[in-house]
Design a protein around this ligand. Structure first.
Ligand code: AMP
Length: 443
């Protein structure tokens, strides 16, 4: 299936080509036709599946067909649980809609209301908002929701987790009854179904299964090593396998860059792909990797989500992810469709606790094997007191606030990702939680 065959506007197809998207992801292929037809949609898809484009593309397409001549009342409202997600959705909308004349703005807390009021007064087609700040604008009457044709609830399960149900109900009461509603959630848990039953009209359901199981054709290898010797061990492992395309995961963007510098100095053709790289640089790195100009692609977890590389013979974890489910996402790149795959992790003593979490999640023991010349001075331990690294970008406390779960505990359906490489700070949600107990108006 191609984007052309979905019948999207040529201006959108141009933007997609510029983004380097070759084909729709499964959620896009399933959702876009439903949205284009104008029906309500209940979609189960996590971050990393391409869900943002799944609603943004048909939304932009539909709005481009009915662009108003005069003053712009907002015609579409996208609600997100966090500021980070709102900003990310806005960025994506701007990328996809760059050849269209459709305006959008974000409405979220933590910044002053003045510029938001002005943007709303000037007129805008699409609002991307977090519920709390939107309610503030509703109370000030600085936003008019009476022209909303399309309402998107993005990561609806997280909005409910964060206590936004009263706010959602107020917003739903303020938008027209005749509208199209698109609800995206990581799961179809009962509260989501209840929300859909109450506020949606005969929604079509689409669902994509996250890769939360590892193919049994993948073999897992752990090489214990001292942290200071990891780079040399990586080079050693790569040089054993130099003719093959290898994806290497680094926990941090800075770490990915340092590795590429190191590998390049050692004569390897390596490139990095992470959130600090421009879209052009990412697209180039990816296409160089696919064509074989680059043999080692060093990626961070979030940058690797949704990128279209599969069927790799080997994936190397230069460091273990802070969250065990990310191991599954990483390894999902290899051993597909019955092919043999190899997952190699270079694990230092301080990552023992992370390894324990991964073994627990996989329900599988992973054998350790020392590489001669790289034997560690401290053995790995996977008992209850196994240590975890203290530095890195996805710190336990950053992940904790969202649902009050300690880092390392697992959501049954996999976590649904950070929206910035620094983790998804639940600033808005915490604020809302602090407000709990105050009147519904400020929920
Ligand atoms: P999302 O699930 O919306 O957070 O998207 C995850 C990542 O996939 C983002 O970096 C998107 O830019 C990227 N992406 C979305 N759709 C496609 C596509 N059809 N092909 C390649 N990458 C995509």
């Amino acid at each position: 299936m191609s984007f052309e065959s979905l019948g999207l506007e040529p201006a959108l197809l141009r933007a997609l080509a510029e983004q380097g998207y070759a084909n729709p992801t499964p959620i896009q292929a399933a959702a876009i036709p439903v949205v284009l037809e104008g029906g309500d949609l209940l979609a189960a898809a996590q971050t990393g599946t391409g869900k943002t484009a799944a609603f943004s593309l048909p939304l932009l397409h539909r709005l481009s067909k009915t662009a108003p001549a005069g003053t712009r009342r907002p015609r579409a409202l996208i609600l997100t649980p966090t500021r980070e997600l709102a900003a990310q959705v806005h960025d994506n909308l701007r990328d996809y809609g760059k050849h269209l004349r459709i305006s959008s703005t974000t409405i979220f807390g933590g910044v002053s209301m003045g510029p938001q009021v002005q943007a709303l007064r000037r007129g805008v087609d699409i609002i991307i908002a977090t519920p709390g700040r939107l309610i503030d604008h509703m109370q000030q009457r600085s936003v008019d929701l009476s022209g909303i044709d399309v309402l998107v609830l993005d990561e609806a399960d997280r909005m409910l987790d964060m206590g936004f149900l009263p706010a959602l109900k107020r917003i739903l009461a303020a938008v027209p009854k005749h509208r199209q509603t698109l609800l995206f959630s990581a799961t179809f848990a009962p509260p989501i179904k209840a929300l859909a039953m109450q506020f949606m009209h005969q929604p079509r359901e689409v669902s994509v299964t996250p890769p939360n199981t590892v193919a049994n054709t993948v073999t897992h290898h752990v090489h214990p090593v001292d942290a200071a010797k990891k780079r040399d061990l990586l080079l050693h492992v790569l040089s054993q396998d130099s003719c093959r395309q290898t994806l290497v995961f680094s926990r941090t963007k800075h770490g990915a860059d340092k590795l590429v510098t190191f590998l390049s100095a050692a004569g390897m053709r390596a490139a990095a792909i992470h959130g600090n790289k421009s879209q052009n640089a990412r697209t180039r790195a990816l296409s160089d990797f696919k064509t074989g100009r680059v043999t080692v692609l060093v990626a961070t977890d979030i940058a690797a989500r949704g990128i279209d590389i599969d069927q790799l013979p080997i994936v190397i974890n230069f460091d273990l992810p802070m969250v065990a489910e990310d191991y599954v996402h990483r390894i999902g790149r290899t051993g597909r469709a019955g092919a043999e795959g190899k997952a190699v992790s270079l694990v230092s003593h301080d990552e023992s606790g992370l390894l324990r979490d991964i073994r627990k999640l996989l329900k599988q023991d992973i054998a350790f094997s020392d590489v001669p010349g790289f034997e560690p001075s401290h053995p790995l331990r996977t008992d209850a007191a196994a240590p975890r690294p203290v530095q890195g970008q996805r710190q336990p406390q950053q992940r904790q606030g969202r649902q009050g779960r300690p880092q390392g505990s697992h959501r049954p359906h996999g976590h649904h990702g950070g929206h910035s490489q620094g983790g998804d700070r639940p600033a808005e949600g915490n604020r809302k939680r602090q407000r709990r107990g105050r009147p519904a108006a400020k929920a």
